[in-house]
Design a protein around this ligand. Structure first.
Ligand code: CA
Length: 392
């Protein structure tokens, strides 16, 4: 027995030692690959002076989206009143830059600012993972898509080499998106522009470079100047015609199919749009145009592109959605999410620190609280549980 136990212990020690050695030799290999790809040895050595995988990156890269967020929750926090008023303030502050960006790229300023607002809350939340470590962890421990992560790592180091950024400025999401509007390094390399003309493409510190580069991205993705991106519509009861972003038809055809603008006005003209019904026939409908697809290209999720498009409308002074979502338990703004967490803490639920982010601990506490109030446990941060705690 003792011999067997000792053998197990030695095996474990040997295995963990082997893993550490594997990681170090994998990182050493990456360093050489970067140098072969044209990165200077000093930058490669400094960036990849790492012996341990980034545990946070490993954890985040393995999280499965076990909780399906309803679209009304998603929009409630991405397009809340705070983000609208902050965005309007940014439009005033950077008016001169936005005019110049619009003039050069032809992309509507409200959409550019909406991307900025949703990606990083106007530059406030750009991510704190050090990219060389995050990406080398994904190459050497991640398992999947290693060639993709390796390419992103080398592209990131080249940005430092060519003088766009300092090594210490390569901080972003665990998956390598970084800067004011969260470009991944290969996109940065391909599409970033030096809009303020200081000789560096700095999407970390220069708002002008970030907004110009975002406009360049949308332009290259096929933006058409002067055309709309999305309009809210009313769909006739029992509608069973075509849906989907790519199933485009002229606005006059949609009028024939019984659709009207959300305010009741008639649809007309030849502009081509597809119909999205993200919550089915009982929720709001959206006609989406070619320009909507350029936003979709930024991040392949329809709920994401709807959020950007709607925030852009709000920044342009349009009202919030006319048709309510088909739920009696609407989503919460960021301020109310944070308040709900404080109420949970005050009632003794252990959710760690209140940060406005609804993670597994908050969801578990909400489910417990729902049971206590005699409600069906859902774990969702909605108006019903918020009001049950006295929130308004
Ligand atoms: Ca610049």
């Amino acid at each position: 027995m003792r011999a067997t136990a000792l053998f197990v212990i030695l095996s474990v020690i040997w295995a963990s030692h082997a893993t550490a050695t594997d990681f170090s030799s994998c990182v050493a290999g990456l360093r050489e690959a970067a140098v072969r790809a044209g990165v200077s040895r000093s930058v490669a050595s400094q960036a990849l002076d790492v012996t341990q995988p980034d545990e946070k990156v490993l954890r985040l890269s393995k999280v499965q989206p076990e909780f399906k967020t309803p679209i009304w929750d998603y929009l409630a926090f991405l397009v809340d009143e705070q983000r609208v008023s902050d965005g309007r303030a940014m439009m005033r502050k950077y008016d001169r830059i936005l005019r110049a960006v619009e003039q050069r790229f032809g992309v509507n300023r409200h959409v550019i600012v909406a991307v900025w607002g949703i990606e990083t809350d106007y530059g406030q939340e750009t991510g704190d993972s050090f990219l060389p470590h995050a990406l080398s962890t994904l190459v050497c421990q991640g398992g999947q898509r290693t060639a993709f992560w390796r390419g992103e790592l080398i592209a990131a180091l080249k940005l430092v080499d060519r003088g766009d950024l300092k090594l210490s400025e390569l901080n972003g999401s665990w998956a390598g998106a970084f800067g004011q509007t969260q470009f991944i390094p290969t996109t940065y390399q391909r599409l970033a522009v030096d809009f303020d003309g200081d000789g560096r493409r700095d999407l970390v510190n220069s708002v002008a470079d970030a907004l110009g580069s975002t406009a360049n991205y949308l332009k290259r993705a096929g933006w058409r100047p002067g055309e709309p991106w999305m309009i809210e519509v009313k769909v006739p009861p029992g509608y069973s015609g075509p849906t989907g972003r790519k199933n485009r038809a002229a606005l006059s055809t949609w009028a024939h199919r019984g659709l009207v603008r959300a305010d009741g006005a008639k649809l007309s003209g030849g502009a081509q749009a597809g119909l999205l019904l993200p919550a089915g026939l009982r929720g709001p409908g959206f006609l989406t145009f070619r320009n909507f697809d350029t936003v979709y290209a930024y991040n392949h999720a329809e709920s994401y592109a709807i959020s950007i498009s709607h925030l852009a409308d709000r920044l342009a002074g349009h009202p919030s959605l006319r048709t309510p979502w088909p739920t009696d338990d609407a989503g919460l703004s960021r301020a109310k999410r944070l308040h709900l967490q404080k109420l949970l803490l005050a009632s003794g639920y252990d959710i760690g620190e209140a940060d406005g982010k609804i993670g597994p601990a908050t969801r578990a506490a909400i489910a417990e609280a729902e049971k206590r109030f005699g409600m069906q446990p859902t774990g969702r941060a909605g108006q019903t549980i918020y009001r049950a705690f006295g929130g308004k």
